[in-house]
Design a protein around this ligand. Structure first.
Ligand SMILES: *Cc1c(COP(=O)(O)O)cnc(C)c1O
Length: 369
C-alpha cells in the first residue's frame, strides 16, 4: 500500500477473511455463522464487509437498526439480515426490504403482528429474543406461554430463530454466571420450542462465547469484534488480524522552548526543548479528548510518540523529540501496533468503542495486502 497523504482508515479484506476462517474453525461445520455488521461494520464499511462475507459463504448478517439493513439490501446483499434492535416506526420499511426483526417485547410483538398482517404477509420470518441475565432486551422466561400462544394465533409471522445474549462471555471470572445463562437458554428454548411445535434455529454465542463456550454454539453463532480482529483477550488477539488501520500524516513540525505550551488550555507545558508534530485528526474523527495529555501514543517511523496536550476537534499534537521524521511522513494511530485494543486500553476503554467511533469524515480505503 502506498504511503497515505491524509487521514484514512485502511480496511484489509484479507484480514477479514483470515478472521472469518479462524472463527469458523472454532465451531462445527454444520453451525451457521452470523456476522454482526452494526455501526458500519464496527466502524469500517458495512457494504464492503458484507459483500466480502457473502462471497465467503456467511449465512446471516445482523445490524442494530432497520436503516442499516436497508443500506445493505440497497447495495444488493441477498442473505438474511437480522435487525437486532428494531423500532416499531420502521416496520413497514423493514418488511419492504425483507429484513428479519428481533422481537424482544410484548409491545414490539403486538405491533409487528399488526404490520405484517396489514401488509398481507404469511409466515414472515422473525427471531424471538429472550433475556437470560443481561437485562437489556428480551422476553422474560415467564412470558414464554403468552408469546408462543400469540404467535400461533397468526399466520402472518413464523419464528425462524430464537436467541439470547451473554453478559460476560469474555470474563472467565464470571464463568458461573455465564454457565447459568447457558442453562437458562437451554430451558427457555426447550419450553418455547415445545409450545411452538417446531424448533427454529437457536443462537447464543458472540465472539468471546465462541472462544470460551463453544459447547453452547447451538445452530448458529454471532460474531462481530472477532471478524474485525479482536477477541477481548490478548491470546485470541494474537490469532486474529486487525482489519482496520487508522493512518495519518505529519502536517507541521514545531520546535518549542522550555516553558512554552502546546494546544488549548495550554495543557502541555515543555520543561525542555521539544519537537512536536501536528496531525490532521481530532476528536471529530473519533480520537476523543480521553486520549490526550500523554495517555496514549502513536507510531511515527516505528517509534512511539505520545499525544500531548488536549486533543482538538481536527488536530492532535504529538511529541516527536528524538524521532527522526519530516512533515508529510506517515503516522500510525492504530493498526497492528499499537492495535485498537491496546490503544483504547490506554484510555480505559475497549476496541469496540474506539473502532465504532471513527467518524464518517475519515476516508475508508481498501487493501488486500
Ligand atoms: C453486538 C452483538 C453481537 C456481537 O458481539 P461481539 O462481541 O462483537 O462478537 C452479538 N449479538 C448481539 C445481540 C449483539 O448485540
Amino acid at each position: 500500500m502506498a504511503k497515505t497523504q491524509e487521514t484514512v482508515l485502511e480496511i484489509n479484506l484479507n484480514h477479514l477473511e483470515h478472521n472469518y476462517r479462524y472463527l469458523s474453525s472454532k465451531i462445527k461445520s454444520s453451525t451457521k455463522f452470523l456476522a454482526v455488521l452494526k455501526a458500519f461494520a464496527y466502524g469500517s464499511d458495512a457494504i464492503k464487509i458484507a459483500e466480502k462475507l457473502e462471497a465467503l459463504g456467511v449465512d446471516y448478517l445482523a445490524v442494530a437498526y432497520t436503516k442499516e439493513g436497508v443500506a445493505l439490501r440497497k447495495s444488493g446483499i441477498k442473505i438474511p439480515i437480522l435487525v437486532l434492535h428494531p423500532q416499531a416506526i420502521n416496520f413497514n420499511l423493514l418488511l419492504k426490504h425483507q429484513l428479519t426483526p428481533t422481537i424482544y417485547s410484548q409491545k414490539i410483538l403486538d405491533s409487528f403482528i399488526k404490520s405484517a398482517q396489514n401488509s398481507g404477509q404469511t409466515a414472515y420470518p422473525i427471531h424471538i429474543k429472550f433475556n437470560t441475565g443481561l437485562n437489556r432486551l428480551g422476553f422474560a422466561e415467564k412470558e414464554i406461554e403468552v408469546v408462543s400462544d400469540q404467535i400461533l394465533q397468526t399466520t402472518a409471522i413464523k419464528v425462524t430463530g430464537v436467541f439470547s445474549h451473554l453478559a460476560a462471555s469474555e470474563d472467565l471470572n464470571e464463568k458461573h454466571f455465564t454457565q447459568a445463562q447457558l442453562r437458562s437458554f437451554e430451558n427457555i428454548t426447550q419450553k418455547f420450542c415445545h409450545n411452538l411445535g417446531y424448533t427454529p434455529i437457536r443462537h447464543l454465542l458472540n465472539t468471546s462465547g465462541i472462544t470460551n463456550f463453544s459447547e453452547a454454539q447451538y445452530d448458529m453463532v454471532r460474531s462481530g469484534i472477532g471478524l474485525y480482529g479482536f477477541g477481548n483477550e490478548a491470546h485470541v488477539d494474537q490469532l486474529l488480524k486487525p482489519v482496520a488501520t487508522l493512518k495519518t500524516i505529519i502536517s507541521q513540525i514545531h520546535t518549542i522552548k522550555p516553558n512554552e505550551t502546546v494546544g488549548y488550555n495550554r495543557a502541555f507545558a515543555a520543561k525542555t526543548f521539544k519537537t512536536i508534530a501536528t496531525l490532521p485528526i481530532g476528536h471529530a474523527d473519533g480520537i476523543g479528548r480521553i486520549y490526550g495529555k500523554g495517555k496514549t501514543w502513536v507510531y511515527v517511523n516505528g517509534k512511539k510518540a505520545f499525544i500531548i496536550g488536549n486533543v482538538c476537534m481536527d488536530m492532535i499534537m504529538i511529541d516527536i523529540t528524538n524521532i527522526p521524521c519530516n512533515e508529510g511522513d506517515e503516522v500510525i494511530i492504530f493498526g497492528e501496533n499499537p492495535n485498537a485494543s491496546e490503544f483504547s486500553a490506554s484510555a480505559n476503554t475497549i476496541s469496540y468503542e474506539l473502532l465504532t467511533g471513527i467518524s464518517q469524515r475519515v476516508k475508508r480505503v481498501f487493501t488486500k495486502n
